[in-house]
Design a binder for this molecule. Structure first.
Ligand SMILES: [Zn+2]
Length: 279
């Protein structure tokens, strides 16, 4: 067990029908009429965190906060960080500068209003900040956030910026970027921060990766997942491609147990507290 370093436990609070890969199957105009699962799933996660008396960061959609204000207050009242995942889960890379700024400003306003707390952290949907849109970081600072966790320094078919720094860094605009964890192996960066890989690969791989970030790099790891990943009962989207279905549904029934182990095997905390003095 590596208990010396406190790692960041982060949750991207969105529902299964808001995930980018399933977006083509749920029009934005249908969101209101799809059965929601997020509240049940967030309560499962709050229970897991409570078992080990641990605090975490919840990067939450403004759209979700407006519909579940009580849930947001439960998150904040339990001592967790309420942070922003934007309002409507549109990738930064598919928006104009003006529409991106409007989205993240609205999300911050809604979240602060509902939570009754300052919101300083932001994570872009699908880690959609890369070489093509460096202006996005300027917008995040302009919207009043202190840090961002929106860059994944890996190669991936949907996202990633393989040349970005692996550890927190300060941008010229004053914003601190806190990249999701990677391990450096065979001359390239490998994803080590959770998401689909946490479900796909055996738990021992994730544990080894986080140990490696803590021991070899001497740094806190940043781990992320979504509420729908603890929900094997969620409605299945049969029209999605085989690849998308595999990525979205593989090992859902194992995630809760794996998260419980992860929470016990390492020390965890809120991103804003861990990276307060970063960069
Ligand atoms: Zn997301």
């Amino acid at each position: 067990m590596t208990a010396r370093i406190t790692n960041a436990f982060t949750i991207d609070v969105e529902d299964y029908f808001q995930v980018s890969a399933l977006a083509p199957h749920f029009l934005r105009t249908q969101w209101e009429s799809v059965p929601c699962r997020v509240e049940r799933n967030v309560d499962v996660i709050l229970g897991l965190l409570d078992e080990v008396d641990t605090h975490a960061t919840f990067f939450t959609l403004g759209w979700i906060a407006e519909r579940y204000p009580e849930m947001i207050r439960r998150i904040g009242d339990a001592g967790h960080e309420v942070a922003s995942h934007g309002y409507g889960h549109e990738r930064a890379s598919s928006q104009t500068r003006a529409s991106f700024l409007a989205d993240i400003r609205l999300a911050r306003m809604v979240l602060e209003d509902v939570a009754g707390r300052a919101v300083v952290g932001y994570r872009a949907p699908s880690f959609s900040i890369g070489k093509s849109n460096p202006w996005a970081h300027d917008c995040i600072a302009e919207a009043g956030y202190a840090y961002s966790s929106s860059v994944y320094p890996i190669k991936h078919d949907h996202y990633g910026m393989p040349d970005a720094p692996r550890f927190p860094y300060r941008l010229d605009c004053g914003l601190v970027e806190v990249p999701v964890s990677t391990v450096r192996l065979m001359g390239r960066n490998w994803p080590a921060g959770g998401g689909g890989f946490f479900r796909l690969l055996p738990y021992a791989v994730s544990r080894w990766q986080i140990e490696r970030v803590n021991r070899e790099d001497g740094r806190p790891a940043i781990f992320y997942f979504h509420p729908w990943e603890v929900d094997p009962e969620q409605p299945r989207v049969l029209e999605a491609s085989a690849r998308t279905r595999f990525r979205h549904y593989v090992n859902l029934e194992r995630t809760e147990g794996r998260l419980r182990r992860l929470l016990r095997d390492f020390s965890w905390g809120r991103a804003d507290e861990i990276f307060r003095d970063a960069a």
